[in-house]
Design a protein around this ligand. Structure first.
Ligand code: ADP
Ligand code: MG
Length: 683
């Protein structure tokens, strides 16, 4: 027999085709879908308050009163009708106003007793405004209890929607749609789904509803992590990685090319990578490390090892500026050695492109650096042994591109300077191995951060000038390209002219994301070679750009940037032995949240710590970059609020798979996936 939870919505009395259609637009088709559509808050309509006890304006109250007078009139000035009724209980009298609902005049009957629930107002008199009401003799179940408020669906208001929930809850069978294994229920102290749904949709108190929600969160996370764990295991069993070994000769070569001594963290990470490369499974590793910690050299050494083993290596960067920069660095560090290094971007000439494709086809070793052009049509890398992806968060998409249908999968190393809090890392990259570099290379100057009001701009600019005179360079960051009326910001070009005017004896140039790659590269080259003193730029310089002599950064309209972005920007400076200065200039009309954000930025240097703060301040949806990371959308679970549950569910999922094996785990998963669905999964 069909499970109650699987029945279509139409099964519920009162849900006709029109309503069902609206619900469908929200992804609600089955009774299960409705049950997991949660109220976003509860109104406490439990206590009926005697009229004479009504006290606080703007607070919601529930009262019980008998109607003794009613009247209808139009407001004089505005197009407004009012139905005014007067009620009383043992303790006093109260006026109740309904606006623009003239039909109510006939509905209320003198001497009938009603419950009213609504907001108390103090105007000329004390009154309840537009309250909910129901006959005491004919209660509809909306008053005298905790009342769940659901997000509206189509034209259907919360009160209408809640009716359907009540109907479903009243018919809920104790039998559950699926069962989690007993040991998981016990270990995590899970309550039954039957209780959860009752607690959520028909709560007796405000604690229980949260317990109900948490059980659902657990299940949703559990399904997700079981899915990831199974996927990972299958991938490991299915695919082989290229065998890449390190030997004495390679070791010697690495030593020879190294321009500096590696830090302890760099050594540790390199060891982890080398061990991945020499195992038969394809590496799937994320290297996290704050800007400037030295990830590039790790990429280069790993590439070198793969190359020396006769493989092709691809290094992918998100922009042509960065690809160009990697290319230059590779060439520079390897200049005394005979390695084939090429760059492929959207701007690569046809002739060069054909030449590169020919090398790839012939399976000759190569370091191929590039942008997304590397995975564009026509680029085949039959001998790809290692693929390094820098600052690119659409991991899943790229992984699919690389995998296609091969049995031999290249080792893949992702690198990011975006410090992602642990709870998010687990959700996002649940099946990736993670390496972290915390330590900065030695001999760096300090980065000093100052948050200042716009009024101080003269002082700031004369400080900048002092640094320019010492031979340093500066970034001026500006939030937009075109004029914005909404934020009253002039266009980038006008801003550039102001800066040029102020710093008239210096070379000032502009950089933004809409320039073509050639122009950008030329501008960056001039900045690199110190021809340009000040680079006025939109946040395109955010990722990866390395100009050690630029030790000053002034971020204009700093309140317009998120913490993660500010942190990324700050990472562009402080790459030399000189002290570096990051000055955030803001408008005076800062919001409360803006103040907290900027003062945290001033105080906290560590990216991971900042990312936690950011997460708490704004939630994952707003975290810069999370949209592009493609965090899976959870229906019930909340990655911030339910961080603890996330960890429990993850551990349980992994433990279950290890104990029961693939077949059993897959069975459970397929049951769960009937109910918990993921739109964006990472593979
Ligand atoms: P990111 O991790 O942001 O990509 P980079 O790889 O660009 O950092 O490194 C930042 C700078 O630090 C580069 O100029 C690089 O040459 C230098 N660097 C990296 N590792 C070391 C080290 N162990 N000792 C000295 N300098 C280093
Ligand atoms: Mg980098």
């Amino acid at each position: 027999m069909e499970n109650f939870y699987d029945k279509p919505l139409r099964y519920i009395k009162g849900i006709g085709p029109r309503i069902a259609e609206e619900f469908k637009k929200k992804g609600i088709e089955k009774i299960w879908d409705l049950l997991t559509y949660l109220p976003f808050r509860y109104e406490d309509r439990r206590d009926v308050v005697p009229i004479s006890f009504l006290k606080y304006p703007n607070k919601n109250y529930c009262i019980k009163g008998k109607v003794f007078a009613k009247e209808f009139f139009r407001a004089r000035y505005r197009n407004l009708t009012i139905v005014k009724i007067a009620v009383f209980d043992e303790t006093g009298f109260l006026t109740i106003n309904f606006y623009n609902q003239p039909y109510l005049l006939d509905i209320f009957k003198i001497n009938e007793e009603y419950y009213f629930y609504g907001k108390l107002r103090f105007r000329k008199e004390i009154s309840l405004e537009n309250p909910h009401f129901e006959l005491v003799a004919k209660p509809s179940g909306k008053i005298g209890k905790l009342y769940p408020i659901y997000p509206s669906i189509g034209d259907y208001k919360p009160s209408r929607i809640s009716l359907f929930f009540q109907k479903v809850i009243d018919n809920l069978p104790e039998e559950e749609p699926y069962n989690l294994p007993e040991e998981i229920m016990e270990k995590n102290k899970l309550i039954s789904l039957y209780n959860s749904f009752n607690f959520i949709h028909k709560p007796a108190d405000l604690e229980n509803n949260e317990n109900g929600r948490e059980r659902l969160s657990f299940d949703e996370f559990f399904t997700y992590f079981l899915y990831l764990a199974i996927y990972r295991k299958m991938r490991d069993e299915l695919y082989k990685g290229p065998k890449i070994e390190i030997n004495e000769e390679i070791r010697r070569k690495v030593k020879e090319i190294l321009p500096f001594k590696l830090t302890e963290d760099q050594k540790k990470v390199l060891k982890e990578i080398v061990s991945d490369l020499s195992s038969s499974k394809p590496m799937y590793r994320l290297l996290q490390g704050d800007v400037g910690c030295g990830k590039t050299i790790i990429a280069l050494i790993s590439s070198l090892i793969a190359y020396e083993n006769g493989w092709q290596v691809a290094i992918m960067a998100p922009t042509s500026i960065l690809a160009e920069q990697h290319y230059e660095r590779f060439k520079n560090i390897l200049k005394n050695f005979n390695y084939k290094i090429e760059i492929l971007t959207g701007g690569t000439k046809q002739k060069k492109r054909r030449e590169i494709l020919e090398i790839l086809k012939k399976k000759e070793s190569i370091f191929l650096i590039g942008t997304h052009a590397l995975i564009s049509e026509g680029v085949e890398m039959p001998n790809l042994g290692l693929c390094i992806i820098d600052e690119e968060h659409k991991f899943g998409v790229i992984q699919r591109q690389i995998l296609r249908e091969k049995k031999l999968v290249p080792h893949t190393l992702y690198m990011t300077a975006t410090p992602i809090p642990r709870s998010l890392t687990l959700t996002l990259y649940g099946d990736m191995d993670i390496s972290i570099i915390k330590e900065m290379p030695p001999g760096r100057g300090k980065i000093l951060t100052y948050v200042r009001s716009k009024e101080k701009i003269k002082e700031i600019y004369s400080f900048v000038e002092k640094k320019l005179k010492e031979g340093r360079q500066a970034f001026f960051i500006y939030p937009i390209i075109e004029e914005s009326e909404e934020f009253e910001l002039p266009a980038l070009e006008d801003f550039l002219n102001q800066v040029k005017y102020y710093f008239s004896g210096y070379n000032v140039e502009m950089l933004h994301g809409r320039m073509d790659w050639k122009e950008k590269n030329e501008i960056m080259a001039r900045f690199h070679s110190k021809n340009t003193n000040i680079l006025v730029s939109t946040p395109v310089v955010e990722v990866g750009v390395d100009v050690p002599n630029a030790t000053v950064m002034v971020i204009h309209f700093g309140e317009r940037f998120g913490l993660a972005q500010l942190h990324q920007l700050r990472g562009r400076i402080g790459r030399s032995s000189h002290n570096a200065y990051c000055i955030v200039v803001h408008n005076d009309n800062l919001t409360e949240e803006g103040k907290i954000r900027l003062s945290n930025f001033e105080k906290i240097k560590d990216g991971f710590e900042l990312s936690e703060v950011d997460l708490n301040l704004r939630g994952p949806g707003d975290l810069l970059g999370t949209r592009q990371w493609g965090i899976p959308k959870f229906k019930v679970a909340d990655i911030i609020k339910d961080r603890k549950i996330l960890l429990m569910a993850r551990d349980s999922a992994i433990e279950y798979l290890n104990k029961k094996g693939l077949e059993e785990a897959n069975k459970l998963l397929s049951k769960l996936l009937n109910y918990w669905k993921f739109k964006e999964v990472l593979i």
